[in-house]
Design a protein around this ligand. Structure first.
Ligand SMILES: NC(=O)c1ccc[n+]([C@@H]2O[C@H](COP(=O)([O-])OP(=O)(O)OC[C@H]3O[C@@H](n4cnc5c(N)ncnc54)[C@H](OP(=O)(O)O)[C@@H]3O)[C@@H](O)[C@H]2O)c1
Length: 362
């Protein structure tokens, strides 16, 4: 790619917005050209408005950029969105309607039948759903989403198992980091020395999103639809005093028997993006940790620059067939990194150029 695509970040000052800025610094295909947040931040420089919380310095150029109003006028045609769901429900269609490719982290449209919920290693073909969106026909714009940060790890780990053996039942229990709740998130008095066994709407999101992500794209006379995976799924979600990294214990019942070696081979050989040249794609999306006390958030969350998930503790389950633990970095693989990988996939498929062309015609 010769020139970089200018991109905008909606919700740039938040936890996920900051990750976008960090991960897009020196990105070979995309350049941050526009930042927007709430009216509280609009008109300030990014350095003034954002409470930078990451362990690398805020890039100087970005610190001096002025936060724009959250409106499509004057925004680039590729928008990474990381705003809360009620605001996303109102704003994202406005940007798509104005001809933008909106690559969203929010849950507002994830389950809409014509909106792709995509993890490139798992269901890249679901991107066909873009063509079912009226914005696409009218202005060239569209919405693509990535999943809830907790379900991302289990889905990557389960995809190669589903492909080879089928999955009939899933029990998943999460131990979720505080950064998953945005900044400042859960009050320190509530989470230190504690575990909170409730995260609003999280179990519902995990259950429905997992089945859509592992579902099959079908072509009907009226257009494309996703048929969800026909498995039974039960999730329990807990907040734990970890800064970054969601851990999930998973038990599964398979469609046909598999040995431990066959499951390990399914994970080791799972490299669906190999050779596609997507800059953010990890070489090995599902990494196996053989030690009996891994994965652990502090030790394993940055594998594959935060884009690989780590699986460990594979062992027989006395109720279902097998159980294991999976860990993923919630603000990288589970949010900003996932959206950037979706954008790279869209770019490689030529789905970003038509947005700009359609906009130029308006
Ligand atoms: N954190 C995670 O691990 C994670 C993972 C996956 C998905 N997500 C999703 O990503 C989204 C953002 O999460 P977060 O953790 O980054 O939240 P956050 O830290 O609370 O940040 C929210 C962002 O939205 C902006 N905002 C608030 N009201 C707005 C408005 N009316 N118009 C425009 N912008 C507005 C805020 O700007 P101000 O600074 O000006 O208030 C801030 O930039 C949520 O939908 C969340 O569910 C988060």
């Amino acid at each position: 790619m010769q020139t970089k695509h200018p991109i905008g970040i909606l919700g740039a000052t938040g936890m996920v917005g900051q990750r976008f800025i960090q991960l897009l610094e020196n990105h070979p295909w995309f350049e941050v050209a526009w930042l927007a947040a709430s009216d509280r931040s609009s008109g300030k420089t990014y350095g003034e408005a954002a409470k930078w919380r990451l362990d690398s310095p805020l890039p100087e150029r970005v610190a001096h950029m002025t936060i724009a109003p959250a409106e499509p006028e004057g925004a680039p045609k590729i928008i990474f969105s990381s705003i809360d769901t009620p605001i996303a429900r109102e704003l994202e269609p406005r940007f798509a309607g104005a001809g933008c490719a909106v690559i969203s982290n929010s849950s507002a449209f994830r389950m809409a039948p014509n909106v792709p919920l995509v993890l490139p290693e798992v269901n890249a073909d679901h991107l066909h759903l873009i063509e079912e969106q009226s914005w696409r026909r009218e202005s060239g714009g569209y919405i693509v989403t990535n999943s809830n940060c907790t379900v991302m790890g289990p889905v990557l780990a389960l995809k190669p198992i589903e492909d080879r053996f089928g999955i009939e039942q899933i029990f998943a229990t999460s131990m979720q980091a505080v950064s998953g709740a945005g900044y400042p998130g859960v009050a320190s008095m509530d989470i230190l020395d504690n575990v909170v066994p409730y995260i609003s709407n999280e179990e519902e999101k995990m259950e429905e999103e997992l089945l859509k992500l592992l579902g099959k794209l079908e072509s009907k006379p009226a257009g494309h639809v996703v048929k969800p995976l026909g498995a039974r799924m039960s999730a329990s979600c807990n907040r734990v005093p970890v800064v970054d990294g969601h851990t999930v214990s998973v038990s599964i019942k398979l469609g046909r028997p598999a040995t431990r070696e066959e499951i390990l081979a399914a994970w080791a050989e799972f490299r669906p993006l190999a050779g596609q040249g997507l800059p953010t794609a990890p070489d090995q999306p599902v990494e196996w940790a053989p030690q009996n006390d891994r994965p652990q958030p502090r030790l394993d969350r940055n594998r594959g620059k935060g884009m690989a998930v780590t699986v460990g503790r594979l062992r027989p389950c006395n109720v279902l067939d097998w159980k294991f633990v999976v860990l993923s970095h919630n603000t990288i693989r589970g949010a900003a990194g996932a959206a950037i990988l979706n954008a790279e996939l869209l770019a490689s498929l030529g789905k970003l150029e038509p947005v700009a062309e359609a906009a130029a015609r308006v």
